[in-house]
Design a protein around this ligand. Structure first.
Ligand SMILES: Nc1nc2c(ncn2[C@@H]2O[C@H](COP(=O)(O)OP(=O)(O)O)[C@@H](O)[C@H]2O)c(=O)[nH]1
Ligand SMILES: [Mg+2]
Length: 316
């Protein structure tokens, strides 16, 4: 077993942090490390919180963090938005005073570096989720900023996605157009202290009439994150969704599909990594600087050459 995997398994938080950095760097060791990580995978509930910037995702997660700690559940939070503030520190502080423990080992908070390609970030985030699982956390929460392709991508590995919407913000149209509505397992109407909550609720209900989801019908919960209202309802619905995944045929089918997609994705990434290295080490990138080349022809030519070299390489 990879030494980092072993240490993560034994609850070593520094090893966990290091492994996540390794995943961010798209290190070559990663696939073998991840395979070991996967084999010690436990039973964490993976939760994604997504929605427009300013909708209150971080505030919600902070409150959920408190709620879960009260239930004695250990929680890892992964934020793709590095500006997201989490009050893990204050909880740590309280507990330090209470128990004289140096740190609360039941909380782990990590921001993902947003450098590099978005696809790479999504991949690294998925790996980080699994690492937290292997470290034995009961719940792993991911906050993703904005509503783009990488969000959709990350949400493919989580069990339960909470889509945060706010009344009167107009963000629902953008979310709808981006195809984010479909990934919601729980609709969270946050800032329910503001006017027009019912209007948004009706819009969502109308949407569901048209979407007519099979198997799981996403519930709508109202929250006021700043007042910690509706948080337990949100958590209950998330737990109910997880039971659905585990105990029903359509839920299990969804999980199976997710795993299948991931195999394809990993293969695509491995091939791309290999081709890219081949292009770069072969000093072929110079051809890309020239004007007027035919991108189709060049791509076809390189792909052929790469395949040929691969083949002869195998024969050695
Ligand atoms: N009125 C009201 N404001 C809220 C609520 N939840 C969050 N906010 C505020 O909305 C702002 C953005 O919150 P934040 O959690 O950073 O949003 P994020 O960008 O989605 O993570 C902050 O000023 C919060 O205090 C709520 O339920 N009601
Ligand atoms: Mg935030």
């Amino acid at each position: 077993m990879h030494p980092l995997a072993e240490r993560i398994h034994n609850g070593d938080r520094r090893a966990l942090a290091r492994a996540i950095t390794l995943a961010e760097r798209e290190d070559e060791e990663k696939l073998t490390l991840m395979s070991d990580i996967f084999s010690i995978k436990k039973q964490a509930h993976y939760i994604g919180i997504t929605g427009s910037p300013g909708s209150g995702k971080s505030t919600l997660i902070n409150e959920l963090l408190h709620l879960l700690r009260e239930q004695d559940l250990s929680v890892a939070v992964i934020a793709i938005d590095p500006t997201s503030p989490f009050s893990g520190g204050s909880i740590l502080g309280d507990r330090t005073r209470m128990q004289k423990h140096f740190i609360d080992p039941s909380i782990f908070i990590r921001s993902m570096a947003t450098r590099g390609s978005l696809g790479g970030l999504a991949r690294a985030t998925k790996d980080a989720i699994r690492m937290c699982d292997a470290a034995g956390f009961d719940v792993v929460i991911v906050e993703t900023v904005g509503v783009g392709q990488s969000e959709l991508d990350v949400m493919k590995v989580v069990d339960t996605t909470g889509l945060v919407l706010t009344p009167n913000s107009g963000d629902i149209l953008q979310i709808f157009k981006a195809g984010i509505m479909e990934i919601a397992d729980v609709f969270v109407i946050n800032k329910a202290d503001l006017p027009d909550v019912e209007k948004l609720k009706i819009t969502l209900e109308d949407y569901m009439m048209i979407a007519d989801p099979e198997g799981w019908y996403p519930p709508i919960v109202k929250t006021v994150a700043t007042k910690r209202t509706g948080l337990s309802e949100m958590w209950e619905e998330m737990k109910r969704h997880r039971s659905y995944l585990e105990e029903t045929t359509s839920g299990q089918e969804k999980k199976r599909m997710q795993r299948e997609m991931e195999v394809y994705e990993l293969i695509r990434e491995e091939i791309w990594r290999d081709v890219k290295r081949w292009i770069e080490t072969g000093e072929r990138t110079e051809s890309l600087q020239k004007d007027g080349y035919d991108p189709y022809a060049l791509a076809a030519q390189w792909f052929d050459e790469w395949k040929q070299e691969r083949k002869s390489g195998d024969g050695e």
